[in-house]
Design a protein around this ligand. Sequence first.
Ligand code: BDP
Length: 700
Amino acid sequence: MKRILLCLLFISHLASADDGYRLWLKYNLIKDVPKREAYARSAQFIALTGTSPILKSAAEELQTGLQGLLGKTVPIIANAGNRTGGIVLTNASGADVQTLTKEGYKLASRKGSNITVSGKTDSGVLYGVFALLRQLQTGQAIDNLSLAGNPKIQYRLLNHWDNTNGTIERGYAGESLWKWYELPATVDPRYRDYARANASLGINGTVVNNVNASARFLTAEYIEKVATLANVFRPYGIRIYLSVYFPAPKVIGGLKTADPLDPEVKKWWADKTNEIYKLIPDFGGFLVKANSEGEPGPQDYRRNHADGANMLAEALAPYDGIVMWRAFVYKADPKSDRFKAAHEEFTPLDGQFDKKVIVQVKNGPIDFQPREPFSPLFGNMPKTPLSMEFQVTQEYTGFATHWVYEAPIFKECLETDTYVKGKGSTVAKVIDGSLHQYTMTAIAGVANTGTDRNWTGNSMAQANWYAYGRLAWDHTLSSENIADEWVKMTLTSEPKAVKTITDLMMRSREIYVDYNTPLGLSRPWSGVHFAPEPWQEKSVRPDWTAIYYHRADSIGLGFDRTATGSNALAQYRPEVQKQWNNPETCPLPYLLWFHHVPWTKKLSTGRTLWDELCTRFYTGADSVGWMQKQWAQVESAVDPVIFADVTGRLATQHKEAIWWRDSWVLYLQTYSKQPIPAPFKKPDRTLEDVKALSEIYKLR
Ligand code: BDP
């Protein structure tokens, strides 16, 4: 008897187990019966006028969603006729949709009539369907609907740093989703679910391979594989793009040069582009990392970035494709400041790029740090469209172990004022084109997906994919609303738990910064970017050491970027300089980004720099304990599998937060020569202990 009971318990546990695969498209049955019945009365049929593959995806998704949420099969019919009480999907052209842009949608409903989901294009209808499903998933009313959505940015992409052998550069959730060895013959059903998830956010493009690109992707063999993926993505309004290896004409084309001004090279790219478009008629274009971190580029032939980009643009001229040329460049010069490199190389080229080129800029001047000031390129290239590159994968924010909700990182950058055209010239207005009337706008997020069943390793990191996509569509959404939406769609609708989890998410980034890089420290030193190594002073390049960035010495800490130092601050407008160039008034989150501050200097908090640093490292690490306690409170409201998984990851995060804290304070103490201030207790290990730990981490 006992055995049977145990068995039954196990089965019921399995039945409720959630492996996270369905992401935010869970479509679980709505438990509130009156609400469910009210929804069902307005969703008696789905009327679909049109037969395009995208419209078909829209109707099918709606049917799947309603099946789960309402527990009934809602029929798809060709025409509503006089019927009411259903959902009508239309790709319209009339007055109704006049305020919509190409991919915008409109949801409208009145009591006693139908809900209409309209768009000017099929993609608009698809996005409208997801918006309607979101209404239901988050428990909103759908009778008096009047909702419209227009994307603020035209090209909304994910960038996958995936390699031909299945590995992912800076990927922490398993292997590449793309099974290159199986393609094109075998098509993993997961590709379609990937497309559904992206379409639900409005993502309309994906670069499938690493920016450190292999030339193999341009071979006939791989183009066929890529075309197969494109066929799966197309019905979800997603176009495919490729990262290209600049010397491909030499490596796979047999040419002697890859000089972008060489006629044979130009012809090679034009022919290659034709070959791609033959198989992928809606191919999106090329992403290029050139003359950066050892990747070859036009400068190898004494040409500049514009020469390289324009050559590819010319190849794309007959087609509706674009070139995304990355501005992530810096030279191994110990005397220069890496912070200034992109601005120095790119601003002189403003206006020289072909109209099909957009320059893709990372949010900060260095490299996806837990906190960075905005890149000074934003606002300083009025004649060249600039796009934003955010990193969704957590290269510097604790891989798949640490819980860091990234929307606040993205928003912080987007909302910062560049002052290039007076007050209110935010970074968001640069990239949505409204500041300089760019002819083309784009945004990219370096993906955090992989073959892990839950896609992102840590289930909480699904929220970062979600938040990136939602902000790519509409950068004015708040981090908090996005978190609230995601929690309700993904984890629970129990109000107290929603609040607790949202609150955890909203605090997670500051907590991470506190124990990892407080007061404007940064850590782009070489290696795997996980273990703490502030002592690292040797590398193949000076700017790949830790000491290059934090500049700790017997006097103090931080990188002087004012006029007495590298003067990187001069790349910003005077209004921005004014906020940051005085160490007395510089906001503490940016302090060490711009100033070398004495250990004994009193900060605005009333503590000395040393005491403040210690306070942040210790309270940051302690706060992970707080996160654990908060999470423990939601146990009954979330799925047991997800609950246990996150509980485990938080325990590891706590341990590692203490590791980071100890490493920093023990190392910096060798310079500050000061004790750990009360009430904090000095680490119970030595600097040698933590150094040894980091060494072990590096062993293969
Ligand atoms: C850095 C990564 C490196 C990437 C590079 C890039 O450490 O793996 O290749 O950025 O963006 O953050 O090109």
